[in-house]
Design a protein around this ligand. Structure first.
Ligand SMILES: Cc1cc2nc3c(=O)[nH]c(=O)nc-3n(C[C@H](O)[C@H](O)[C@H](O)COP(=O)(O)O)c2cc1C
Length: 326
């Protein structure tokens, strides 16, 4: 992605943050509120249960953001993004790609595999593709395609997380990649966003913090457990979805399972995700190690305002510390 494209996007933003796509959590309201608050809002296409529902959601997001822009042309309204699962078991792939063609979301985030032919399609209408990777092998493979950004899902992240420390991950990827970097994993406060920028990330990718946003689909019980939990209450396991992911230990116990006796599941099969007997994500809740910093549920607008204030404070306090040390 050229520096011009990057600055064209950041000029429309209040903070370099992407509210990450979360299965069963991200809602169209959340996406709209994020963009109106000046951060990129996103959702997994599979959160809409059918193609018709998805068509409605994409229409609504497009229309509401257009209306907000015409009403307040000076306001910073960030672009929106969708998350396409490119894993071979995604039976909705073809119809979801048709809707990407129809609504042309400015950013498409690919996950669980190589980005594939969707890159060319998105580029044809002027959109950008960010590919989610959790290790160096996948980062190198994605870097050889024409994607515009790599999302480095580091250790401790919510959902399917990597095992690499973010400092190590950033440094290693910068050796072979000069496109945009989006850093993910335990970025929970405005200070964390500032730290990600200091490390060289173009955007911070925040999932867990947005489970506690009022506009999302998370239940009150899930949000309360998130608020009450610390990093010690998170388990990293492949026993629940076949791929290593972080989950809240208490939700595993509440589902009648012993977190110490979980057995590895076979490879992920997305067609099973919405089946009633599938407990992962629906009854067993995912969260990253950043849970400590989450103290209450709040609307997206207030959450983003808080992040902006914390970011500025971090900047001021770093400047104060550096001038003292000079
Ligand atoms: C409940 C939950 C569901 C998630 N679902 C998805 C998903 O459907 N697609 C995806 O690419 N990433 C998914 N993720 C990962 C996030 O997009 C993001 O990488 C991660 O939340 C960032 O780490 P953090 O939670 O520590 O901020 C999910 C994460 C959580 C917590």
């Amino acid at each position: 992605m050229s520096t011009n494209t990057l600055s064209r996007i950041t000029e429309q933003m209040t903070l370099p943050v992407i509210a990450a796509p979360m299965f069963l959590i991200s809602s169209p309201e959340m996406v709209i509120e994020c963009c109106k608050s000046g951060i990129i809002g996103s959702f997994p296409l599979l959160n809409a249960r059918t193609a018709d529902i998805l068509d409605d959601w994409m229409k609504r997001i497009t229309e509401e953001l257009e209306a907000a822009k015409s009403k307040e042309p000076e306001r910073r309204i960030a672009p929106w993004a969708v998350n396409l699962i490119v894993h071979k078991t995604n039976t909705r792939y073809d119809s979801d790609v048709e809707l990407i063609k129809k609504y042309q979301p400015p950013i498409v985030i690919t996950s669980l595999g190589a980005p594939g032919p969707v890159v060319e399609l998105v580029h044809q209408y002027g959109g950008l593709v960010f590919s989610d990777v959790s290790n160096l092998t996948h980062a190198r493979k994605a870097a050889q395609t024409c994607v515009d950004g790599l999302i480095l899902v580091s250790h401790g992240a919510g959902g399917h997380a990597g095992a690499i420390n973010p400092f190590a991950f950033m440094g290693a990827v910068r050796e072979f990649w000069d496109g945009a970097i989006i850093l993910a994993g335990c970025i929970t406060s405005g200070q964390d966003v500032f730290a990600a920028a200091a490390l060289g990330a173009d955007f911070a990718y925040m999932g867990t913090r947005f489970i506690a946003a009022s506009e999302g689909f998370a239940s009150e019980e899930y949000q309360n457990m998130l608020i009450e939990s610390t990093s010690d209450d998170i388990i990293y396991t492949d026993a629940l979805s076949g791929v290593k992911a972080n989950f809240l230990i208490q939700s595993i116990r509440n589902a009648g399972l012993d977190p110490d006796k979980l057995e590895k599941k076979e490879a992920v099969n997305l067609s099973q995700l919405n089946k009633p007997d599938n407990k992962a994500w629906k009854d067993i809740w995912s969260a990253g190690q950043g849970v400590n910093a989450i103290k209450r549920v709040m609307p997206v607008a207030s959450l983003v305002e808080e992040l902006c204030q914390e970011y500025k404070q971090a900047e001021v306090s770093l400047m104060a510390r550096s001038s003292k040390n000079l």
